[in-house]
Every structure is written in structure tokens, then in C-alpha cells.
Design a binder for this molecule. Structure first.
Ligand code: FAD
Length: 404
């Protein structure tokens, strides 16, 4: 049975994140956007407060990454629900902050799914080090392969105890500052998806360099990098899953499985932005309706506001369902894609409506609203575009049809 409850301790964490977001993040949000980076002291503070779980599994000293089905004190699995709750709250304060939270990021799940115990210890253990906030990254997208991930052309050629990687990855979040990046490459293009393998490429590996840093429409205070691999030699110990994985042909499946965990989180961020924009509009409508003479004139605004509230609530419910399924180990690919497609779409509409309600003058003065309007677009692009989600969903609802 669907269960959206969380332990009381998690509710306290939500309150803490909200307080921190309102008092420490919102005040620096526009400055970070203009300067295109979050102040180091804020990132350090996020990390010291423990808001970043480290994304490492509990057995390695982390707070759990949701992949291992960690149980809370009530004996229930709630890591994924906890993650969507926290992500919504953080995105409410500033969506750029999410990608500035130290940890393995999207690189974590492939290491967990495919990595040997030694590899998990080696690559995820560093995130529990109390000395320094660290980042990991996930390198799948290429200039010629975004939605069509099966078409990646980065090659991995075996050479004794090493693999030689050649190719270009683009739009990689935290790619330039990551300690390591999970790079998906093909060992044999003729095999298509079955030729995909995942390698952990560490910072400083000869032949591995950062190319351009993208100049984006939104999420200015996040780093999105191009990564270039030229005759980059990585030891076979960095092939996730080792020799067994080499034979298993599971690289593509793993790349996709990562999304079952990450899409509900990305969807919850969209919900957080939509909620922020809704609250802004709500404040304006309240203020206008309180002036009695304006009441009738603004009744349409109140109706618009009720539509926005309904959409945000519906999106959150879809997100929590997908997260609950992940916690319970129930296959959630379809529900995760539904939540991601829906939340991103309604959030774009809610941000647009909020600007409409506040009005042109208000929008000029309210730069946060303008920033969220720019930030939200990418939520319908990364982690699979809206169209890509529809393909995932339709494959599952029409799977009995042979021709589909
Ligand atoms: C800020 C940001 C951060 C990112 N972070 C990462 C990261 O950390 N790691 C990573 O690997 N990638 C990352 N990406 C890349 C992101 O995942 C891709 O941009 C995304 O998958 C879309 O690929 P594309 O940009 O090549 O667009 P394309 O795939 O070229 O798509 C262009 C358009 O065509 C549509 N389209 C494509 N195929 C179909 C189809 N079959 N049917 C219908 N419509 C279709 C798409 O929906 C889209 O509208 C990031 C991107 C951004 C913007």
C-alpha cells in the first residue's frame, strides 16, 4: 500500500533545510546566479551541516544512497522518499544549489549497481572523508548522442591491463571539479547497446581534460562541462564490475537504471521551483484581494492560483509514488518517467503563470521569479527530455504490441 509517511526525524530535517534555504540560500541566490558560482563558504556550510549525505552507502559510513534499500529507524526503507523531500526543499530555495551539493551525484548509482565491493569502497568511500567536500560526475551525453544514448561513440579499446578511451562528453554536471567521472564508452560499436561499458576516469588521468564550460540560459551557478578523452589510458580496475561486467553486456541497462532513482529526484526539484513560484504569486494575489475594491476584478487570479496549487500537488504525488516504489524495490521506470515528464511540464507553466500574475512591473522587480523561469526549462531537458520520457512510458504501456 502506498505509504508517504516519514519518520519524525526526517520532518525535522525538512524544517532545517527549509530554514537554511530561506535564511542562507535565498539571500545569496541572485548573486550566485550573476557570478555564476555559489560561494565556497555556502557549499562548505551545506556540507558541514550534513545536508549533503555524501551519497555514499551506509556500509561505507555515508547516510545511504537509496540504491541499497537502507532502512530507517522504524525498519522501513525511506531513503528515496527522504531524497525527494529534501530535493524539493532545496530547489525551493535555489535549484542551482542541488548541483553544488558535494557527493558522487549521478555517478553514484552506476558505481553501486555495477561496481565490485572494492570499487565501491575506492570510489564512494572518498565522499565520507570529513576533510574536504568532493564531487563525482556522470558522463553519458555526447555531441551526437543525447536522447539517443545508444548511439554513443566514445570508444574503449583494450590494451593489456588498460583500456584506451577516445571521445568527447558534453554537458556533464560538475565534470570539471569531479574527483572522478563515470564514462560510458563502447568496446564494439557493431554490438550497439550490448557494447557499452562504464569506466571510472579519475581527475588527472593523462589524456583526460576539461574542454569548454557551458554558458547556459538557466542554472547559472552550476558547472556544466565538456570532457575530452584522447588516448586516455585507464587501468582495467576502473572498468565497473571488472571482467565479469565486461562479459555481461549490462552497461546500457545500468546507464538507464540510474534514471529510476534520479528521475523522481529531478522531478521533485521541478516541484520545488513550481512551489516557490506559486508562493510568490499567492502573496501578490492575497495582497490584491485584501483590497476590497479590487476583489471582484481579481477573482480570475484566484482561480488561476487554485489551478497552480492543484498542479503542484498532483506532481508531488506522482513524484512520491515513484520514490516510494524505489524504496520498496518495485520496478518504477514508467512511474519515474511519468513524474519527471509531468513535473517539468507543469513547473514551466506554473512559473510562467506566476510571472503573468505578478505582472510585467512585478516581474522586473522580482528577479527571483525571472531566474526560476530561466532555471526551470532545463528540467524538461536533462535526465531525458519530455519527449524521451514519453517514449519510455509508451513502450511500457504498449509493450504487449509486437510492432512497438
Ligand atoms: C544543465 C545540463 C546538465 C546536464 N548534465 C548531464 C550530466 O551530468 N551527464 C550527462 O551525461 N548528460 C547531462 N546533460 C545532458 C542531457 O542529458 C541532454 O542534453 C539530454 O539528454 C538531451 O540530449 P540533447 O541535448 O543531445 O538533445 P537531443 O537528443 O538532440 O534532442 C533534441 C530534441 O529532439 C527531441 N528528440 C530526440 N529524439 C527524439 C525522439 N526519438 N522522438 C521525439 N523527440 C525526440 C528531444 O526531446 C529534444 O527536444 C545535461 C544537460 C544540461 C542542459
Amino acid at each position: 500500500m502506498l505509504d508517504f509517511t516519514l519518520p519524525t526525524a526526517h520532518e525535522k530535517i525538512r524544517e532545517l533545510i527549509h530554514w537554511f534555504g530561506e535564511n542562507r540560500i535565498r539571500p545569496v541566490s541572485l548573486k550566485a546566479d550573476h557570478e555564476r558560482r555559489f560561494p565556497d563558504d555556502v557549499i562548505e556550510e551545506v556540507w558541514r551541516l550534513g545536508l549533503a549525505s555524501g551519497g555514499a552507502p551506509k556500509e561505507l559510513g555515508g547516510e545511504g544512497d537509496g540504491v541499497g534499500g537502507e532502512r530507517d529507524k522504524r525498519g522501513k526503507k525511506s531513503t528515496n522518499r527522504m531524497a525527494v523531500m529534501a530535493s524539493e526543499e532545496i530547489a525551493w530555495s535555489d535549484p542551482s544549489l542541488i548541483l553544488n551539493i558535494p557527493g558522487p551525484g549521478l555517478g553514484g548509482p552506476p558505481v553501486r549497481f555495477m561496481g565490485t565491493p572494492e570499487q565501491q569502497k575506492r570510489f564512494l568511500g572518498i565522499f565520507t572523508d570529513p576533510e574536504k567536500p568532493r564531487f563525482g560526475a556522470y558522463g553519458l551525453t555526447e555531441p551526437g548522442a543525447g536522447s539517443d544514448v545508444a548511439g554513443i561513440s566514445t570508444t574503449a579499446t583494450r590494451d593489456g591491463a588498460h583500456y584506451v578511451l577516445n571521445g568527447v562528453k558534453c554537458y556533464i554536471s560538475n565534470g570539471a571539479r569531479a574527483e572522478w567521472v563515470v564514462i560510458f564508452a563502447t568496446v564494439d560499436k557493431a554490438l550497439g547497446r550490448a557494447g557499452h561499458r562504464a569506466f571510472v576516469v579519475e581527475k588527472g588521468t593523462p589524456g583526460f581534460r576539461v574542454g569548454r564550460i557551458e554558458d547556459k540560459m538557466g542554472l547559472h551557478a552550476t558547472e556544466t562541462a565538456e570532457l575530452v578523452l584522447e588516448e586516455c589510458r585507464v587501468h582495467r580496475d576502473n572498468l565497473l564490475g571488472g571482467e565479469e561486467q565486461y562479459q555481461s553486456k549490462e552497461g546500457f541497462v545500468t546507464a538507464m537504471k540510474t534514471f529510476d532513482y534520479s528521475r523522481p529526484m529531478v522531478a521533485s526539484m521541478a516541484v520545488g521551483i513550481a512551489r516557490a513560484a506559486f508562493e510568490r504569486a499567492q502573496g501578490v494575489v492575497r495582497e490584491r484581494l485584501s483590497r476590497s475594491s479590487a476583489g471582484r476584478r481579481h477573482a480570475a487570479l484566484a482561480a488561476k492560483l487554485s489551478d497552480m496549487a492543484r498542479l503542484v500537488d498532483a506532481a508531488r504525488t506522482m513524484v512520491w509514488r515513484a520514490a516510494w516504489m524505489a524504496d520498496e524495490g518495485i520496478p518504477n521506470t514508467k512511474e519515474a518517467s511519468m513524474a519527471k515528464a509531468y513535473a517539468a511540464q507543469i513547473a514551466m507553466g506554473v512559473c510562467s503563470d506566476a510571472i503573468q500574475i505578478v505582472g510585467a512591473t512585478g516581474a522586473d522587480e522580482d528577479f527571483l521569479l525571472e531566474k526560476w523561469f530561466r532555471d526551470i526549462k532545463v528540467f524538461d531537458i536533462f535526465e531525458g527530455t519530455g519527449q524521451a520520457q514519453r517514449i519510455v512510458i509508451s513502450k511500457r504501456i504498449l509493450q504487449h504490441l509486437r510492432s512497438f
